[in-house]
Design a protein around this ligand. Structure first.
Ligand SMILES: Nc1ncnc2c1ncn2[C@@H]1O[C@H](COP(=O)(O)OP(=O)(O)O)[C@@H](O)[C@H]1O
Ligand SMILES: [Mg+2]
Length: 297
C-alpha cells in the first residue's frame, strides 16, 4: 500500500504550528495522489485547507492511534517522527508525571525542575538486580544494566549523558553514581563510595556557574571513571575534565556568574572556609570590579 493511501477521511495528522510547534488535525476528505491540498479540521473545530508544498508534495506526519500514546518505549509507536516523540513524552509527563521514557536502549529524560520522590534508597533497591524491560524507565535501570553487564561480561561499561544546557545531565550523572555507590556496598572501612559522592560539590564549586538557563551549569565536559574490585565494590574514581570555560574567570555575560567558588569571597575572609583553605581577599586584583581571591600559602 502506498503511504499516501493512509490519508483517508478521519486519518489524523500533525501539522507544523508557530506557537504549539505541532498541532493535531483530522482529514475530512480522502486525499488523492496529485491533490495540492488536504482538507483538515483542527481539534477546535476550525476547518482548514492545508497546502502541500508543490515541489516536494510531502504529506504531513500521521498521528499514532491513541492506544499507543503513553507507551514507555518510543519504538513501540507505529509512527516515529518528531511530533510523535514529543506528543508521547508530553502525555507521559503531563498525565502521569513520568519523566523517563525509553527509545530502545536509550533513556530519554525530561527535566521536571522539581524534586520527585523517585530517587530514594527504596527505589534503588527495587531496581537492583532487575531487567531493564521489567521495570518502568529510570536512570537507575540504565545504571543497573551497566552494573550487571560489567559483572556478567567482565568488561568496562560506559554511560553517555547528553543534552542541551540545563537538560539535567549533571543531575542524572549524580543519580547514576549514587546508584553505584548504594548497590556496590562498602568494600572496606574506607567508604570509598561515600568519598566519591562527596567529591561532587567540590568539583562543582570550581567548575559550575550560574548561566541564564541553569543556576548550576557545569562549564566543562566531565569524564568520570569509576573503578570496581573483583567483588564489584567501588574502589575509586577518577574524574577528568576537559574544555573548562576559562574565560568565565575574567568575563561573564549579563545575568551570568563566575565560578561558584569565587562567590565564597562574598562571605569574607573570616569564615571557616577561608581559613580551612588558606584563602584571603585581595584588593590588588580586580576583574571587572569583581573581587578576586588569592592563596595565602
Ligand atoms: N531529575 C531531576 N529532578 C529534579 N530536578 C532536576 C532533574 N534534572 C535536572 N533538574 C534541575 O535542573 C537543573 C539543571 O540540571 P543540570 O543537571 O545541572 O543540567 P545540565 O548538566 O544538563 O546542564 C538542576 O540544577 C536541577 O534543579
Ligand atoms: Mg551540567
Amino acid at each position: 500500500m502506498a503511504a499516501s493511501e493512509l490519508y483517508t477521511k478521519y486519518a489524523r495528522v500533525w501539522i507544523p504550528d508557530v506557537e504549539e510547534v505541532w498541532k493535531s488535525a483530522e482529514l475530512i476528505k480522502d486525499y488523492k495522489q496529485g491533490d495540492g491540498v488536504l482538507n483538515l479540521q483542527l481539534e477546535d473545530g476550525t476547518e482548514l485547507e492545508y497546502k502541500l508544498d508543490p515541489k516536494t508534495n510531502n504529506l504531513p506526519h500521521l498521528r499514532n492511534p491513541d492506544i499507543l500514546v503513553g507507551e514507555n518505549d518510543l519504538t513501540a509507536l507505529s509512527y516515529l517522527h518528531e511530533p510523535a516523540v514529543l506528543h508521547n513524552l508530553k502525555v507521559r509527563f503531563f498525565d502521569s508525571k513520568l519523566i523517563y521514557t525509553y527509545c530502545g536502549i536509550v533513556l530519554v529524560a525530561i527535566n521536571p525542575y522539581e524534586t520527585l520522590p523517585i530517587y530514594g534508597t527504596d527505589i534503588i533497591n527495587a531496581y537492583s538486580g532487575q531487567n531493564m524491560g521489567d521495570m518502568d524507565p529510570h536512570i537507575f535501570a540504565v545504571a543497573e544494566e551497566a552494573y550487571k553487564q560489567m559483572a556478567r561480561d567482565e568488561r568496562n561499561q560506559s554511560i553517555i549523558v547528553s543534552g542541551e544546557s540545563g537538560a539535567g545531565k549533571t543531575v542524572s550523572a549524580k543519580y547514576a553514581m549514587r546508584y553505584f555507590a548504594t548497590v556496590s556496598g562498602s568494600a572496606s572501612e574506607a567508604n570509598v563510595e561515600v568519598k566519591v559522592l562527596a567529591s561532587n560539590p567540590i568539583m562543582e564549586s570550581i567548575g559550575n556557574a550560574k548561566t541564564t538557563r541553569n543556576d548550576n551549569s557545569s562549564r566543562f565536559g566531565k569524564y568520570i571513571e569509576i573503578g570496581f574490585d573483583r567483588r564489584y565494590h567501588i574502589i575509586g574514581a577518577n574524574m577528568r575534565t576537559y574544555l573548562l570555560e576559562k574565560s568565565r574567570v575574567v568575563f561573564q555575560n549579563a545575568e551570568c556568574m563566575k565560578y561558584a567558588v569565587f562567590l565564597l569571597t562574598r562571605l569574607g575572609p573570616k569564615t571557616a572556609v577561608f581559613q580551612q583553605y588558606h584563602l584571603m581577599l585581595s584588593n590588588t586584583w580586580s576583574y571587572r570590579d569583581e573581587l578576586c581571591i588569592t592563596f595565602s600559602s
